[in-house]
Design a protein around this ligand. Sequence first.
Ligand code: PXP
Length: 255
Amino acid sequence: MASELRLGVNVDHVATIRNARGGGLPDPVRAAQAAAAAGADSIVAHLREDRRHISDDDLIRLLEAIEIPLTLEMAATDEMLDIALRHAPHAVCIVPERREERTTEGGLDVVSGHNHLKRFVDDLGERGAIVSMFIEPDRAQLDASHSIGAPAVEIHVGAYCDALIAKDAAEADRLLARIVEAAEYGTQIGLQMHAGHGITFDTVGPVAAIPQIEELNIGHFLIGEAIFGGLDSSIKRMRALMEQARADALGEAIA
Ligand code: PXP
C-alpha cells in the first residue's frame, strides 16, 4: 500500500496560452522548471496529434531541461510510438484522443484495443518507460490493462470531480466508490495506481485519501490558479492538501 503520493504537474496549458498568441511566451519549459522547484515529482506533457499545445520542440526541450522524470501522454498511434521510442521518456501514459474533443474526455478502451495496445506496452517497456493506460474505474479495463502487461494505470477521475463541483453529492459518492473499488482491485492484481483529470483544490482530498493511489497528475487547474497566486503557490497548496488528505486517511500526523 502506498503511503507516499507523487504529484505530476501537466504543463500543456502553458503551451495553450503561448499558442494563443504565437511566439515563445509563456514557455512550458520554464513552467516545468518552476514546478520542479515547487516540489512536483514529475512533469507531464501531452503531445497531441494536432499539436494544439505541446509541440515536438517542447518535448525535446523539456527532456533536456528538467531533472525530474517526464511523463509523455500520447495516443496509441505509430507516429507517437516512433517519437516516444526516439526520446525514451521516463513514463508514457496512453490516452484516447479524438480531434474534436476539448480535453481527454473518457478513458481508453483497453478491452477492445487489447491487441493493438500490447505492442505499445512491449516496445515502450523495452525502452525502459513505465507505461500506463488512462482508463475509467472499471474492472474489465483493469484486467485488460494487466493482461497486456501494463505496469500501471491512471484512473480517469474527471466525472467524479465534475459531480463534486456540481454539488451532486449522490453522484459524486457513487463515482468515488467506483474509484476506491478500482484502486483496491488494481493493486490486488499488481497494477500501480495513478489518478488524474479535473482535480482541483476542492476535489483532490477524497482522491488523495485513497491509500492505493501512488500518483496524481494535475494540469489545467494548477496552471489556471497560477494566474492568481503564482505557480509555486498553487503547486505547494495542492501538495499540502494531498499530503493532509493522505495523512488523515492513514491516521498519521503531518510533521
Ligand atoms: N491525466 C491525463 C491522462 C490527462 O489526459 C490529463 C489531461 O491532459 C490529465 C491527467 C490532467 O488533467 P487536468 O488538466 O484536468 O488536471
